[in-house]
Design a protein around this ligand. Structure first.
Ligand SMILES: [Zn+2]
Length: 318
């Protein structure tokens, strides 16, 4: 049996605690263009279209606003401020049990790998925040080096880091190898091609899967949105999300036409902890609580306590 997880867990309020981009509390809504080290024209455009901060066009003109917006994410990941959710750990348990064929994700936080899924089983369609590279000399920067550069050369928009410079260095991050300000993120900027490795997943893994689990995505952004169309007609398609999604790409959840699609409309951690319970994996998951987001660990503790109470009642029954 093989599972293939398509998991942009960050499309909603994320239980890992990483701030999301969209929505009322999202980064794009909170962004104040006047705080960014940008020209008046650039600020005006960001005010009209906040996502332009993360565009290839602005990055070529002036990469500083991008790094100012990303600083807290890069530093937060380097300082392990965010841990994998319960759902991430259940996916890693699927791998440990030999049931996971691949993870295709729009997330850029690397939390699947943090939870123990091997890197070669994770395809990050929009790249990763955990590394950067120099367009000048080709040097690769691991997370620690990237974070050290951001910490030293980029001002802290939130004003919470007393060690941050008062103003950002001009031109972006200077490469430790060639000293040019040619460092760019390994995330895919708006206007750039997504990671082409997704095509191999579509060609090799999707047609062979007998279960596709779609998690926490609206299924509106290509190419991940079209993944459910690439599996075989026998493949069961399970969608876990806090609201119903997928009918736009041909999933059918209702009688009389429902054949192989299942919609679990629930909190993602709660649904995955329930799945772990059905598989008898709650003790394994509880043992991982120390490496889990606070909310995930609470969810696991509550399920484990309920399970112990249930078993206790059964033993006490005549
Ligand atoms: Zn360089």
């Amino acid at each position: 049996m093989s599972w293939l997880i398509s998991s942009p867990l960050s499309s909603g309020p994320c239980s890992s605690g990483i701030p999301s981009y969209r929505g009322a509390a999202g980064l794009w809504t909170r962004l104040r263009p006047e705080m960014l080290s940008a020209t008046p024209a650039q600020r005006a455009r960001i005010a009209r279209d906040p996502e332009w901060v993360a565009s290839a066009e602005l990055f070529r003109e002036n990469p500083v606003p991008f790094f100012e917006v990303k600083r807290e994410f890069v530093l937060g990941l380097a300082r392990r401020r965010w841990l994998p959710t319960a759902a991430h750990h259940v996916v890693a348990l699927l791998h440990r049990h030999g049931l996971l064929s691949h993870v295709l994700t729009q997330n850029i936080d690397g939390l699947h790998q943090e939870s123990g899924v091997p890197s070669d089983l994770v395809t990050e369609v929009h790249g990763t925040t955990r590394s950067a590279r120099c367009d000048g000399c080709g040097r690769r920067l691991a997370l620690e080096e990237y974070a050290a550069l951001a910490e030293a050369h980029v001002r802290d928009l939130g004003g919470a880091d007393p060690g941050a410079p008062a103003r950002s260095s001009d031109g972006g991050l200077p490469c430790p190898g060639c000293a040019r300000t040619s460092v760019r993120p390994d995330t895919v900027l708006f206007g750039e091609e997504v990671n082409p490795a997704f095509r191999e997943v579509f060609r090799r893994d999707l047609p062979a899967a007998d279960l596709l689990v779609v998690v926490g995505t609206t299924l509106l952004v290509a190419p991940v949105a079209t993944a459910p169309m690439e599996v075989s007609p026998e493949c069961v398609r399970l969608v876990v999300n806090d609201r119903r999604v997928g009918e736009n790409v041909g999933l059918v959840f209702d009688e009389p036409d429902c054949r192989r699609d299942i919609m679990v409309e629930d909190d993602i951690d709660a649904a995955f902890v329930r799945l772990a319970g059905m598989l008898g994996w709650l003790p394994d998951l509880e043992a991982l609580s120390g490496q889990m987001s606070e909310r995930g660990a609470e969810c696991v503790a509550a399920a484990a306590a309920a399970e112990r109470a249930r078993l206790g009642r059964r033993r006490a029954a005549p």
